[in-house]
Write a protein that binds this ligand. Structure first.
Ligand SMILES: O=C(O)c1ccccc1N[C@@H]1O[C@H](COP(=O)(O)O)[C@@H](O)[C@H]1O
Length: 233
């Protein structure tokens, strides 16, 4: 399946005006970083307050790094309809326990080496088969949100999973990322934090708009090429 609309997640929100800008631009999901060591950290009460502004069909995502299952579950109770993002070293069993045995859907981040050393994504996706999607980020110190892109061309040709491409995406490179990664997976979403910021935790509405426009342009390009391929058969 290559012609579906690319879903968009804007992550690391800390302010009402940034959340509103993401929604107005057409984001499908917005992320709140609950890991205390992040410069974008928000306490759960603040995440819940921001999430309460969301209109229907925009999903709040709660990002954790190696958090206890009890705490993850308690946070999910505070944000109805939240999707969980595990961005640390969580095992499949820990993800399962922390989401109440499947009560809450979750994304599992795969951290792809930047130095070209091998990473078995097909195996990782199969080990984390209960994840709604596998989120791809660059392997960086501090777990994520570093604005670093890995080499997309090294991904396997066929990953039987829904993927979320992240790590160093910007309005300038996201279309290339979509064109390279979409054909390799079941469906593709993109996730951005640093690339639409004015400063850490502070988003730039103009960058958000340009990011969303670039995603839509890539979608249009792919739809056109799929149409050309279908007409030729
Ligand atoms: O945003 C953070 O500070 C963060 C901290 C720890 C783990 C993940 C974090 N952010 C996520 O990292 C990816 C890539 O972000 P970027 O666009 O390269 O800045 C994305 O999923 C963020 O949600």
């Amino acid at each position: 399946m290559t012609a579906a609309r690319t879903r968009i997640k804007i992550c690391g929100l800390t302010r009402e005006q940034d959340l509103d800008a993401a929604v107005a631009a057409g984001a499908d999901a917005v992320g709140f970083v609950l890991w205390e060591k992040s410069p974008r950290h928000v306490p759960i009460a603040r995440a819940a307050e921001l999430a309460s502004r969301l209109p229907p069909f925009v999903t709040p995502v709660l990002l954790f790094v190696n958090e206890s299952p009890q705490q993850v579950l308690a946070c999910c109770e505070r944000v109805p309809g939240a999707l969980v993002q595990f961005h640390g070293d969580e095992t499949p069993a820990q993800c399962q326990e922390a989401t109440g045995d499947g009560r809450h859907a979750f994304l599992r981040a795969a951290r792809i080496p930047l130095d070209g050393s091998p990473f078995d994504l097909v195996r990782f996706a199969s080990e984390h088969a209960r994840a709604q999607a596998i989120l791809l980020d660059a392997h960086v110190e501090g777990y994520g949100g570093a604005g670093k892109a890995f080499d997309w061309s090294r991904l396997p040709a066929n990953v039987n999973a829904h993927l979320v491409l992240s790590g160093g995406l910007t309005p300038a490179n996201v279309a290339d990322g979509i064109v390279q990664v979409r054909p390799r997976c079941r469906t593709l979403a993109v996730d951005v934090s640093s690339g639409v910021e004015a400063a850490k935790g502070i988003k730039d509405p103009e960058k958000i708009n340009r990011f969303v426009a670039a995603v839509r342009a890539a979608d249009a390009l792919l739809a056109k090429s799929t149409h050309v391929q279908l007409s030729a058969t």
